[in-house]
Design a binder for this molecule. Structure first.
Ligand code: ATP
Length: 465
């Protein structure tokens, strides 16, 4: 496993310095497991969402979108199995009271355990490794017993009794339950027929025991999930097709294939037919980015039982009635964000100077173009640059910068991944060479090459370049 802590530090520091990611509640000393996206971060996150939505909804004829509520009837989480089974194995250090994920400590010690094993099984594996496993905080080996810890986050929504722990409502632990409970609504209100999918992007909440690794493991996270409802006998064919599509999605985003890896789940939950993760080569090694799962008809059957509502489907052609099976693709927006920062972070030398550059593809770049007047103290240059900026800002996310020398302004834009910089100079005003009137210099982020472009052709040029 390749690890690169220096790269991680550089990304975290760049993300803070340039307003991509801030620690949550930083002025209060932080709030574990939460992060805030700053001005460039929110642009990048929005672009990641838009790319996912384009691929999963816009370009898929039989997938529709949904935005379901974060709060649901508490029975949803009983039906889904989260109230009884959504837990991770927790172990506490007796020396410093730090709580850790037992399966992660076991993994770090070179053995295997996961949350699907029984707590007795995990304890047996853990006990066999007690000599090897050290507390990540204090380095001691004094652990208690491994216990199950439920990850659902509870709330007092709608409960005024003062004792809301008795009948808690839950913040959703995953977005897909909102999809299952709307299966019938979507079926009855749109022209979809099985096979069809429902896609959703939204917040989910998990009481993660040890939120670490920056935005990789959060307590408040955003998921981008798609559930495809299929005929039982088609499940595995559809599943394999989605495995291919999701792999290709990352290549189309511009990821190098060597930074992606498939990981098959060792233990499957009893209803699942198959579960593979796409892992990404994060600076701390290959870790789960996305899960692609064949879930049988468990989800709809459970909600049918708990709600008492018929969630079966009547095939209009064959007249067969069945509960559709589900193929799921599920990826974290935050993990994609970190993968994108990792993938496109680069340092190189341009014009004899070393620089940091985020080589984002245009679709992901927070700012698509930056506009500079050559000199800040020449009102004619500034006025023309403002005119060009206003024109471009109507079509794409643009930034105006008149601060410092041009070289510095280029470096600033390279660091946030802006693909093109446009400079308005005296030629633009027709002062030096009349044939260059109303042209600007467009400088390319990756090569540093400069091209003279007519202002009237600038939008087209930037869209294509
Ligand atoms: P892990 O094994 O890393 O805890 P998981 O298997 O619990 O993840 P899923 O429940 O399959 O994850 O969730 C689907 C996706 O949601 C994951 O592939 C990941 O991208 C994202 N995700 C899950 N938990 C978190 C988290 N705590 N913080 C950020 N993203 C998360």
């Amino acid at each position: 496993m390749e690890k690169n802590p220096e790269k991680m530090e550089k990304i975290v520091s760049l993300a803070k310095r340039r307003g991509f990611v801030f620690q949550g509640s930083e002025i209060y000393g932080g709030f574990v497991g939460t992060y805030d996206y700053g001005p460039y971060g929110v642009e990048l996150a929005n672009n990641i969402r838009a790319q996912w939505w384009k691929t999963m909804v816009q370009e898929e004829r039989n997938i529709v979108g949904l935005d379901s509520a974060i709060f649901t009837h508490p029975k949803v989480w009983e039906a889904s199995g989260h109230v009884s089974g959504f837990s991770d194995p927790l172990v506490e250090c007796k020396e410093c009271n730090t709580r850790s994920r037992a399966d992660h400590l076991i993994e770090d010690a070179g053995a295997f355990a996961d949350e699907k094993m029984s707590i007795e099984e995990i304890n047996t594996v853990f006990d066999g490794l007690r000599e090897k496993i050290v507390c990540p905080k204090c380095g001691q080996k004094k652990f208690g017993e491994v216990k199950r810890f439920n990850l659902l986050v509870q709330s007092n929504l709608g409960n005024f009794s003062g004792d809301w722990t008795k009948e808690p409502t839950y913040l959703r632990g995953e977005t897909c339950q909102g999809i299952y409970i709307n299966f019938k609504n979507v079926l009855d209100s749109s022209r979809v027929k099985v096979p069809f999918g429902i896609a959703q992007i939204g917040k989910a909440f998990r009481n993660e025991i040890a939120p670490r690794q920056y935005i990789f493991r959060l307590r408040e996270l955003t998921q981008m999930e798609m559930q495809m409802f299929v005929k039982p006998e088609d499940e595995m064919v559809v599943y394999e097709a989605w495995r291919k599509k999701r792999w290709q999605y990352y290549l189309d985003l511009g990821f190098k294939e060597e930074n992606l890896k498939w990981h098959e789940h060792e233990n499957l939950v009893f209803y699942a037919k198959a579960a593979w993760d796409i892992e990404y080569n994060f600076p701390f090694g290959f870790k789960e980015l996305e899960g692609v799962h064949a879930r049988g008809n468990y989800d709809l059957t459970q909600h049918q039982t708990f709600s008492g509502k018929d969630l079966s489907y009547l095939d209009p052609v064959t007249n067969e009635r069945y509960v559709p099976h589900v193929v799921e693709t599920s990826v974290g927006l935050d993990r994609t964000f970190l993968a994108v920062m990792t993938e496109f972070y680069d340092e190189d030398e341009l014009g004899g100077e070393t620089r940091t550059v985020l080589r984002f593809p245009k679709a992901l770049a927070p700012i698509k173009v930056a506009v500079f007047p050559l000199l800040k103290n020449k009102p004619e240059l500034v006025a023309k640059a403002e005119e060009v900026y206003t024109m471009l800002a109507k079509v794409m996310r643009a930034e105006f910068d008149d601060n410092g020398n041009i070289g510095k302004r280029y470096r600033r834009q390279d660091e946030i991944g802006t693909p093109a910089c446009v400079t308005i100079d005296f030629e633009t005003l027709g002062q030096d060479a009349p044939e260059l009137t109303d042209t600007v210099t467009v400088r390319d982020r990756d090569t540093g090459a400069q091209t003279r472009v007519l202002i009237s052709e600038l939008v087209n040029y930037l869209m294509q370049a």
